[in-house]
Design a protein around this ligand. Sequence first.
Ligand code: DSN
Length: 413
Amino acid sequence: MNLKKQDPQIAKLIDLETERQKTSLEMIPSENHSSPAVREALGSVLVDKYTEGYPHKRYYNGCKYYDILEDLCIQRAKKLFGVEHANVQPYSGSPANAAVYMATCEPGDTIMGMALPMGGHLTHGWKVNFSAKFFNSVQYGVDEKTHLIDYDEIKNLARENNPKLIWVGATAYPRIFDWKKLGEIADFTGAYLAADISHIAGLVAGGAHPSPVPYVHIISTTTHKTLRGPRGGIIMVTKKGIEKDSELPKKIDRAIFPGLQGGPHQNAIAGIAVCLKEASNPAFKKYAMQVVKNAKVLAEELKKYGFTLISGGTDNHLLLIDLRNKNITGAAAADLLEEAGITINKNSIPYDSASPFKPSGIRMGTPAITSRGMKEKEMKKISNWINEIILNPKSAKKIREEVKKLCKKFPLP
Ligand code: DSN
């Protein structure tokens, strides 16, 4: 009510976006629909306060409730993921990863990560990012034929280059990570092993993807993807991490504050605490399993329509599709699908010869539509629409109406 009176322009934009979300299928795999409880925490008075420092060691007065809140959030993260240490202050994934570098490396050290066009993340050492500018980045990819991570390649590169830090994690890898193998590689070379589970944190929490905890030293994650919280980040240190370096928790905390950030966003920390509580409910396990089931059905159906799936399918929440046999670019396909109210994103595929602005692929996922309660039956319908739209762009308008009808049956959380 206040916003409408005070700033109708902004209120109107929020209304429009609410309507867009209500009537569209959000299928960008890094997105989700947070709960009203998460959003309530995010929009609370907690947004007003500076709390630089850590619980019980603050640089500002008036922090007594924030100490309890941040402690609670930390405890929930530790319990949910089974780790020894958690820092819940990172503003998001990139600052979290920057802190991991700061805690484990000196500028100029060698690091390893999966190349962005192969499905990795910018902060894992991609050339335009700070992680390649300040560190000597060695990048690995996926096998050209199978599109699977080639663990031998990682092993060989690690032996040759002796990295200080190895990243594992991806933004467009539809398969499960073999944490054990990766742990063995890191142990052999003496590198810190960091799992960036941003995309799959909710699947790990819900038991739908193996946990990296026994095998890696550090885990970083965003909190707004499959974990379904507010935008934010967490860095965790495992028992194995502390065994390798007992100072690691302190180094991580110092890297976040005062190394990289100032005052933490306590409204976000409250939202993260709420989402961690939600993720520890049995219902979340079901959700995580359904996300994967839905993605698998979507993959199988699209394959029946002649779509080429990178790696041949999916084990997680996302699909990466090579559109070269469909005679359409990823950008054109994403725009067409948006006309019908199906929001996905254009994406490079491994070994793509096309530009990142007009890549050969699209990426889609099921976290948000599963949060609305959609299941296998709806996935079949959606894959049928996707096929129809790509075959006959003119059908987008008609399908838009059908998408609206489906969305009406599955309200936003
Ligand atoms: N932007 C995220 C994604 O879409 O995967 C990665 O940070």
